[in-house]
Design a protein around this ligand. Structure first.
Ligand SMILES: NC(=O)c1ccc[n+]([C@@H]2O[C@H](COP(=O)([O-])OP(=O)(O)OC[C@H]3O[C@@H](n4cnc5c(N)ncnc54)[C@H](O)[C@@H]3O)[C@@H](O)[C@H]2O)c1
Length: 385
């Protein structure tokens, strides 16, 4: 199995490691030789660390590296069966690259894009045979994150979808299939985790440490929304929110926050710049959470019910199957529980009533309840029997 990867940035390098570890011959290409050099060094370092930790034999590490060739020409893709593109997130550049690659690879080679936010259909449209183009969306860091979203475009053939799922599963990953819509599953369903937390902060209901405490201590999430936004970086997280908002024709549900925008404009990008919602500079003191259980429960439920509503709506609109939505949120962003299972436990009626109260209070479209939840409440149904 020979796999070509286009772009040796953080994603391309991680995907190369995954494929080579699974036994693929990997051809890693970048049009920037410095980026190729960095990829080689970073892979050597990561593999050496795995050997040090006893997770990999020295022999295996050498074999994995030996299976990756670092090339400066796409002509090395001539006998590949799978191509995964992980270059800059720019539609015009991606289309030009797909057009070029199609003339080099064999006719039965699958051509995949790792895009996070562009439409797979528009990338496929650049090719003479769009039926072999598909989205294969890894999460960062690719070697550690278990989930991969597979996104067939309208043009993608059933055979391409089936082969792609098989190939990615044979690399030891868990796959879910998502419709070619903005944010696919994870980046769509997770929006309220940030958005509703920001809204709670803006309304002055609680400060960042208190919201984070409620979500981690009472909700079991690994990180609170503010700590997580600081970790991801406000430039990245804000841009994803804004892109999703624009792509959904300005649906108020995905409206970005000025609070986060100002942090980005100030250059307070989070951990990487030493300041974000929290102060990471040496000796800095951050406020303690108000450990008020009643308030904490209110915060947790308000964010959770918005997440549940988003997951239910994704199911209602056939973005993915029930089980894939649950897998995506537990394996892709490590939520403590699937959101639909959580909805059952809390009670569908309770979810509908809370969303109804929020909507009546704010008169904003962001709080509208998914028709699926309302219908289920009426019929007394649950997501899992
Ligand atoms: N970073 C993430 O968290 C993440 C997660 C999932 C998906 N993605 C997606 O993966 C893709 C890559 O993201 P990244 O974070 O690895 O970016 P990156 O900036 O780290 O790497 C991009 C690489 O592509 C190379 N490149 C640019 N134009 C090229 C061209 N025409 N031909 C060959 N190489 C070219 C650059 O030299 C660079 O090395 C994007 O589509 C992004 O949306 C990113």
């Amino acid at each position: 199995m020979k796999t070509g990867i286009i772009g040796s940035g953080s994603m391309g390098t991680g995907i190369a490691q995954v494929a080579a570890t699974a036994g693929h011959e990997v051809v890693l290409y970048d049009n920037n030789s410095a980026a190729l050099g960095r990829a080689r060094k970073s892979l050597q370092k990561v593999l050496a660390r795995l050997v040090e930790k006893g997770k990999l034999e020295q022999k295996e590490s050498a074999a994995i590296l030996g299976r990756i060739s670092f090339v400066d020409s796409m002509y090395a893709y001539q006998d590949t069966r799978l191509i995964i593109e992980a270059i800059v997130e720019n539609l015009e550049i991606k289309k030009a690259v797909f057009e070029q690659v199609e003339d080099i690879v064999p006719n039965d080679c699958i051509m995949a894009t790792n895009t996070s936010s562009l439409s797979v259909a528009s990338i496929a449209a650049a090719c003479k045979d769009p039926s072999r183009v598909i989205g294969i969306h890894f999460f960062n860091p690719a070697p550690l994150m278990q989930l991969v979203e597979i996104i067939p475009a309208v043009q993608t053939s059933a055979a391409t979808l089936e082969r792609s799922i098989g190939l990615i599963r044979s690399c030891g990953k868990t796959t879910v299939v998502a419709k070619d819509t903005p944010g696919f599953i994870v980046n769509r369903v997770a929006r309220p985790f940030y958005g509703e937390a920001l809204r709670i902060l803006e309304e002055g209901l609680a400060d960042a440490p208190t919201v984070d405490w409620a979500m981690t201590e009472l909700g079991g999430f690994r990180m609170g929304p503010f700590a997580l936004m600081d970790y991801i970086g406000h430039d990245v997280n804000y841009t994803v929110t804004e892109t999703v908002f624009q792509s959904f024709y300005y649906d108020p549900r995905y409206k970005p926050s000025f609070t986060q925008k100002r942090l980005m404009e100030a250059g307070w990008l989070g951990r990487k710049t030493g300041r974000g919602f929290y102060d990471y500079r040496e000796g800095a003191q951050n406020p303690e959470p108000t450990k008020d259980k009643k308030l904490g429960k209110q915060i947790l439920w308000r964010i959770l019910v918005m997440l549940i509503n988003e997951a239910a709506d994704a199911l209602y609109l056939n973005i993915a199957s029930r089980d894939d939505i649950e897998l995506a949120m537990t394996k892709g962003v490590n939520y403590p529980k699937g959101l639909l299972q959580w909805a059952d436990e809390k009670g569908i009626n309770h979810c509908v009533a809370t969303l109804g109260r929020l909507h009546a209070e704010y008169l904003e479209g962001r709080y509208r309840c998914s028709p699926l939840l309302r219908r289920m409440a009426r019929e007394g149904r649950r997501f899992f029997q």
